[in-house]
Design a protein around this ligand. Structure first.
Ligand code: SF4
Length: 362
C-alpha cells in the first residue's frame, strides 16, 4: 500500500484524475499515511487557489423551526405543539435583517423547517422582505428540499419555483439536503426527503438558471466509505457539466440530540481522522472545485485550523445566530469573530481575506 499510495499521490500532482475506487482507497487509510494525503491535498490547494484563507461576513435567519419532516439527524425541527417552537413574521424577519446591516454582513442565509403553511409565494415574499430591509445584500437561501416542497405546495415545477425565487432576489442556493447522495442511506436517515435524483435535478436546474450553489456532504453517521466516494463522484460529475458549484462544504454529523443517534442507527459522529481525510480526499478528488470550505460550526475551530493545512482554503462565515447545529447539540455556534479567524490563519502562516459569497475578495 505504501508504494501504491506514494505513486498515486505523485500521479495526482502530475494531473491524474482520481477514480472513485482510488478515492475509496484513500478514505480507508488509517495510519500515519493520513498525513501524506493531507500534505498532498495542501499542495494541491496552494496550486489551485493560493494561500489566502477566506471567510464571509454572514448571518442566518431561520424563519421557523416547525417542520413537517422528521429527519433522523435533525435536532432542530419541532412539531406544532412542541415546546420552544418559533416562527418569525415579516416584521421579525425585517428586524433581523436590519441587524445584519449594522453588523456589516454581506450575506444573509435563510434555511428553515418546512412549515405546513409555506409555499412558493411565501419563500419569495421572505426574500423580498429581507431585500426591502437590506437592499443589495446577497441572499444565500433555500436548498433543493425547500424548492421541491415549495413546488409541491404551489403545484409548480421545481424549475418554475427557481425562476420565481431568482426573480424575488435569490442570489445563490444552499447545497444542503444532499446529506449522502445514496438512496439506501437516505432511506435510513431522511426517508421523507427528496431522492438523490431529485436533488441532482434541482441543482442542475439552478445552475442552468445561473443560480450558483454550494455542494455539501453530511457524514459520520451510518454511511460507508463507499457511500462517501459515490457522493463525491456525483458532485464532480455535475460540476464537470455545469461549473455551478461555488465550493464544497463537508458537514461533520453532530449527533448528541438527534433521533438517529439515540436510536442506535448512527454512531457518535466522525473521528478526527475521518474529518481530516474528508477535506483532503475532497481536495484531491474534486479537481474541478476551487474552494473547499471547513465548517468551524461542525468541527470546532481547532479541527478547522488543521483542515486548513489539509486541503481547505475557506473558513465559511462569521455566522451570527446559528441554530441548526446548536439544536443538534453543538456548542459555541453563534458567531466566530474574524479576529479569531485571523489568529488561526496567522498561526499557520497564511493571510486571512474577507470575501463575498461568490468568492470575490474585498
Ligand atoms: S433536516 Fe430540514 S427537512 Fe429534515 S427535519 Fe430538519 S428542518 Fe426538517
Amino acid at each position: 500500500m505504501e508504494n501504491h499510495l506514494r505513486t498515486l499521490l505523485d500521479d495526482i500532482k502530475n494531473g491524474h484524475r482520481l477514480s472513485e475506487s482510488e478515492a475509496l482507497d484513500l478514505f480507508r487509510i488509517r495510519n500515519r499515511h493520513v498525513w501524506e494525503i493531507a500534505k498532498s491535498a495542501d499542495e494541491v490547494r496552494e496550486q489551485r487557489v493560493g494561500n489566502a484563507v477566506t471567510y464571509v461576513r454572514n448571518q442566518n435567519i431561520n424563519v421557523t423551526n416547525i417542520c413537517i419532516n422528521s429527519c433522523g439527524f435533525c435536532g432542530f425541527s419541532k412539531k406544532p405543539g412542541d415546546d420552544s417552537i418559533y416562527y418569525h413574521n415579516k416584521s421579525a424577519i425585517q428586524k433581523k435583517a436590519a441587524l445584519a446591516k449594522i453588523r456589516e454582513v454581506s450575506e444573509i442565509c435563510t434555511v428553515s423547517g418546512l412549515h405546513p403553511d409555506f409555499n412558493a409565494q411565501y419563500y419569495c415574499d421572505v426574500y423580498r422582505w429581507i431585500l426591502e430591509a437590506v437592499p443589495g445584500i446577497h441572499l444565500h437561501a433555500s436548498n433543493p428540499m425547500e424548492v421541491a416542497y415549495a413546488a409541491k405546495k404551489s403545484q409548480l415545477s421545481t424549475y418554475e419555483v427557481l425562476v420565481a425565487m431568482k426573480k424575488a432576489g435569490l442570489g445563490s442556493m444552499c447545497g444542503t439536503a444532499a446529506e449522502i447522495l445514496v438512496d439506501s442511506v437516505r432511506k435510513k436517515i431522511c426517508p421523507q426527503k427528496i431522492t438523490t435524483d431529485e436533488w441532482v435535478r434541482i441543482i442542475r436546474e439552478a445552475h442552468a438558471l445561473g443560480i450558483p450553489t454550494t455542494a455539501t456532504i453530511m457524514y459520520g453517521h451510518c454511511e460507508s466509505d463507499e457511500d462517501r466516494a459515490r457522493h463525491l463522484s456525483i458532485l464532480r460529475e455535475i460540476q464537470d457539466e455545469t461549473h455551478g458549484f461555488t465550493e464544497f462544504v463537508p458537514l461533520s454529523f453532530i449527533h448528541m440530540n438527534t433521533p438517529l443517534y439515540r436510536s442506535g442507527i448512527a454512531r457518535s459522529g466522525a473521528t478526527g481522522r475521518e474529518d481530516l481525510l474528508m477535506v483532503a480526499v475532497a481536495r484531491l478528488f474534486l479537481d474541478n472545485f476551487k474552494n473547499i470550505q471547513v465548517s468551524w460550526v461542525k468541527e470546532g475551530i481547532k479541527m478547522a485550523q488543521l483542515s486548513l493545512i489539509a486541503g481547505a482554503n475557506d473558513l465559511g462565515g462569521t455566522m451570527f445566530e446559528e441554530s441548526i447545529s446548536k439544536g443538534a447539540g453543538a456548542t459555541n455556534t453563534d458567531y466566530l469573530d474574524p479576529a479569531e479567524m485571523q489568529r488561526v490563519a496567522d498561526d499557520v502562516g497564511r493571510p486571512l481575506r474577507r470575501r463575498t459569497t461568490l468568492y470575490e475578495l474585498f
